[in-house]
Design a protein around this ligand. Sequence first.
Ligand code: TRP
Length: 335
Amino acid sequence: MEAQPKRKLFSAVQPSGAVTIGNYIGAIRNFAALQDEYACLYAVADLHAITVKQEPAALRRHTLELLALFIACGVDPEKCTLFVQSHVPAHCELTWVLNTIAYPGELSRMTQFKDKSARHADNVNMGLMDHPVLMAADILLYQAALVPVGADQKQHLELTRDLGIRFNNRYGATFTIPEPFTPKSTARIMSLADPTKKMSKSDENPNGFVTLDDDRDTILRKFQRAVTDSGAEVRYDTEEKPGVSNLLSIYCAFTGKTIEGAERDFAGKGYGEFKLAVGEVVADALAPIRAEHGRLLADKAYLNGVMKRGAEAAARIAYRTLAKVYRKVGFYAGE
Ligand code: TRP
């Protein structure tokens, strides 16, 4: 019997600098776990990154760093298609076609567009508004059935589905309509400095976030400074104890323990001891990733090879879809 082809899964991360443990738990860590079950394509979304101002040299460096980080976190380039978005021009080409069926009304209503327009008021550009159409092109090009997305990208995936359906209705069946894929661990990691806000590397207080390239001492120090709550009991209660609850979630995400198990570990113990233990668990888990990341970044030839092979493999799929799209919309292809 012939084996069923694996379902395609697509995801991408923007190379916008440091990656926090929130991004790691919510996205990158899961990527490796999916690679045996699905035909995974993972992209470094550099085309998306320039919708906000980037320093060109930094963008170049962050692109290579993110590609290496995927691998350091267990993404195997022999099993997945790992590539840089701008290396496959079909992403832009399909975006153009999709733009002709996307409405400014629906794009200007996107929550992320509104947030980013407010945060980058001096640079509200067309690319920022078109960000979700480019994301739709990323996904639809590969006929991806599944897209792992966090809460902040749900609305964009919904738009991807709308555009895919709209195109299929107008021109005939062309695109697979993707489904959101919700990973098992959905812990939302909050800021260590203000546990009512999501952990973000754009936090002006660097003690609020931990990144994958923080060293052990930095990690321990940030956890020691983490905001806790009044009282002295280590108990999960997001209303009364958002700080302690966030630390418990982080502890569980890095140990695989349940909340009850974690509460038992710290029964009768003080906040100081608790915070040190969470910091140690995180530092221990990140140490091998950091070491591997450093090792990979020293081998640029290897990374360049990975991205070249990835782009070639991605382009083979992407251009099959794009040819179909061009035919359906009526572009004359010569004889
Ligand atoms: N838009 C996503 C973000 O801002 C990144 C991204 C680009 C993406 N293309 C994608 C995510 C396709 C999932 C699928 O974080």
